[in-house]
Ligand binder design. Structure first.
Ligand code: A2H
Length: 253
């Protein structure tokens, strides 16, 4: 953890009922995978959610109605940020692993895809955010490469029980134009830097640096309510919309 607190937005990706047998104890509740992001203005382009297959997660009571699936560490932090039914004490209703979450159908805020699926990513850190990440392959190099790995490697899909229909129909959606990199900046950077897989850490760090540097200052929204606005200006507007609509909450660590 850094010296400066980082403020994330947790995007409430609702698990669409009927629940799997593993999630049956949660029946009747509103259950969300809560994904930590720094880029709320990209939520239009979501294609899936990421979980760490061997990661440990829990279903925690946030208030009278909502249950968040997140790491225990994030649940404890949230409990000290007024996001726990019992103040300062997380209540875990069900212990889960990433494997239990793969394939869950989700309804996520602002996403053009009405239903997206939870898929395995092998580089998720369990000591950052909630351990759940939303995937925007147009603008996030990590997301682009992890999605490409799953699309191009049937053996990887079968290893994690990932069905073709959770992956193959989901194309990269252009949502932001960056003059230097076009409408699918992450894809272009991954191709140009010849990144081979989601595990190519050094090159991915460089791709992320370039995407962020140019995207924030020179990017323009191609879609949504703030179409035509600079990313810099759209970001706080989308953030406030999500917070005011109850589709996201603030989280710092
Ligand atoms: B970002 P920072 Cl479009 N493990 O959201 C790995 N990555 C994680 C994570 C975890 N436990 N928790 C959050 N993240 C990702 C969108 C996005 C993000 C775009 C472009 C860049 C980008 C869609 N994925 O991040 O180290 C989340 O992905 C580039 C770094 O705290 C989150 O924002 O700066 C970002 O990393 C937070 O990383």
């Amino acid at each position: 953890e850094g010296v400066q607190p980082q403020e994330y937005l947790l995007i409430k990706m609702e698990v669409i009922p009927p629940f799997t047998s593993k999630l049956k104890p949660l029946e009747g509740r509103k259950v969300f995978l809560a994904a930590a992001t720094l880029r709320p203005e990209t939520m239009y382009g979501q294609t899936n959610s990421w979980v760490l297959p061997d990661g440990k997660y829990g279903a925690y009571e946030i208030n009278e109605t909502d249950v968040f699936i997140i790491t225990q560490r994030a649940a404890l932090n949230l409990a000290y940020q007024k996001l726990s039914r019992v103040p300062e004490k997380p209540t875990c209703l069900l212990e889960l692993t990433g494997h239990d979450l793969i394939g869950l159908p989700l309804k996520s805020p602002l996403s053009f895809n009405e239903v997206i699926y939870s898929l395995p990513m092998l580089t998720i850190l369990t000591d950052k955010g909630t351990g759940i990440v939303t995937s925007v392959p147009s603008d996030a190099p990590d997301d682009y490469m992890a999605m490409l790995d799953l699309k191009s490697k049937p053996a990887l899909r079968s290893k994690f029980g990932v069905k073709d229909e959770w992956v193959l129909p989901f194309d990269v959606i252009p949502i932001i134009n960056i003059p230097e990199f076009g409408d699918k900046a992450a894809e272009k950077l991954c191709v140009d830097l010849q990144i081979k897989s989601q595990n190519d850490k050094e090159k991915l760090a460089e791709a992320k640096r370039l995407a962020y540097l140019r995207g924030f200052t020179e990017g323009t929204m191609l879609v949504g309510e703030f179409k035509g606005k600079k990313v810099e200006d759209a970001k706080p507007l989308v953030r406030n919309f999500l917070l005011e609509s109850g589709l996201a909450v603030k989280y710092s660590e």
